[in-house]
Design a protein around this ligand. Structure first.
Ligand SMILES: [Zn+2]
Length: 194
């Protein structure tokens, strides 16, 4: 499934609103790792929710009061994201209380627990590896091994582009790096350690 088909499916399911807070700005798919295949594995998120989910910014607990509604979504991916967020917020009594009420079916619970919250030490985390299976760590330099159109822009990260100082993400199959002064997410299967 192409990225645009994925987003179209999500926009339609979510009625063009963030599936977590109802926001409508800067909507994009967020993969609920370790799954990232079709729409069922993604949540449509806004530009406020997404950076917090990715661990780029600290959680703003006032924003996440929206979970009081979102966790009752019929979409399993939304339930899973909500459950993980509530665990990260579980120092707050409202989040703890909500966590006790939320019901996830068995499959969703296995999924929800399949990834520790960002920032947690997680010795069982899947390592990020390049196209040859070489371990990637933050700060590495990589080259792009095929032309990659960059989502949301008109430019293409050309094959052979050197990207210095990569950053790992919560998803072992995704790294971040700067190309043309823009931070982009690149799939690790399309990079080679430089
Ligand atoms: Zn949102």
């Amino acid at each position: 499934m192409s990225d645009s088909a994925l987003e179209t499916a999500l926009l339609s399911r979510a009625d063009h609103k963030c599936e977590l807070c109802g926001g409508q700005d800067d909507l994009a798919a967020f993969a609920v790792v370790p799954r990232d295949e079709g729409p069922n594995d993604h949540v449509l998120t806004c530009g406020v929710c997404r950076p917090q989910l990715q661990g780029d910014t600290d959680l703003d607990q006032n924003h996440w009061f929206c979970l009081q509604e979102a966790v009752w979504s019929e979409v399993a991916a939304v339930q899973v994201v909500g459950w993980r967020l509530l665990n990260r917020l579980s120092g707050e009594s409202w989040a703890q209380g909500l966590l006790e009420q939320v019901y996830l079916d068995e499959d969703a619970m296995v999924w929800a627990e399949a990834e520790a919250a960002p920032g947690d030490d997680n010795p069982t985390a899947v390592p990020s590896v390049d196209c040859n299976g070489a371990l990637l760590v933050g700060g590495d330099s990589i080259t792009v091994i095929k032309d990659l159109p960059v989502k949301g822009t008109s430019f293409v990260a050309k094959r052979g582009t050197l990207v210095k100082g990569i950053r790992l993400t919560d998803n072992p199959e995704h790294i971040e790096g700067r190309v043309n002064k823009v931070t982009i997410v690149i799939k690790t299967c399309f990079v080679k350690k430089a």
